[in-house]
Design a protein around this ligand. Sequence first.
Ligand code: EPS
Length: 353
Amino acid sequence: MSLELATAGESHGPALVAIVSGLPAGLTLDREAIDADLRRRQQGYGRSPRQQIETDEVEVLAGLRQGRTLGTPLALVVRNRDHKNWTWGMNPWPPEGEPQGKGTKPVTLPRPGHADLAGVQKYGHDDVRNALERASARHTAVHVAAGAVAKALLAAIGIAVVGEAIPEHGADTAAVDAARKDRDTLGGTAVVRATGVPPGLGSYARKEDRLDARLAFALMGIQAVKSVEIGDGKELASLRGSAAHDEINTDKTRMSNHAGGIEGGMSNGEELVVSCSMKPLPTLMKPLRSVDLATGEPAEALVERSDVSAVEALAVVAESAVAFELARAAKEKFGGDSLDDFVAAHRAYLARL
Ligand code: EPS
């Protein structure tokens, strides 16, 4: 059974939820390891005051018994603590009593660069909040919880995945301070590396199977990500073939790793190196020009509490996305309804190689 992830949840609604299906039975999960990744995602210089409200922790509702997976769908929940301030405005049901708290008035000032305008046009909303709540990067929290589960599965076959922010732009404290002073925002780049990846995850058989295409899809699906590179990425376009490719040693390792560990849509046994870059966040304290959807008049875009930079969080979210996609490819390759079967298939494959 393939590893799949489904999520739901609005930024200021009661909770974010995820269902991970296709996990083998018998995988031990460590609640503290999942919560540690959730905490890592909340950190980083330049985050919003929202992070002082949230203390993300995972709850498991199904699929786990006494810390071990049952081979049934795993249901994860991360509560939005800020919801207590939005119980009227983000109530799933028609709220009772007088409007109170946040989110009671319709938002009509779409932010350039956010999902606001196209979101209300597409779905026919008259309140931008109906679009922005789900478009918010808040929901990456539950993706990180699912990624931590994927990392546990990968660890069983010796694969480790680590993301880090490149220390420039939104991951540079001086640049963040300067942007905050100017009431502006910053983007930046995160690199994810995976070690222990055996050759042959993914396939050249169909474009949907290609590991590079799948990683690009997973990373481009993260809010604000605008580009993805595998290995040396677009820099390879300016090199000659003789300088771009990774020559092969007799033990089948490589003399270099320009390819970032992927050739022909498959892992090649070298370290996997993938990077992604995010644009500056679109909620500006010094708003850009927009339109008031209620009046049709020119207006400044919505100003509300937000991050100056979320690049450090991107590194954790990207790590989770890569981990989930690698776990999915590993599950396809090695199968197994139980963890023992999965691990045994991996061991037999390495023995054959
Ligand atoms: C976000 C806007 C901000 C961020 C949020 C993403 O939310 P708020 O308006 O509630 O301050 O804090 O990120 C998170 C809440 C989080 O946990 O990462 C957006 O518009 O994408």
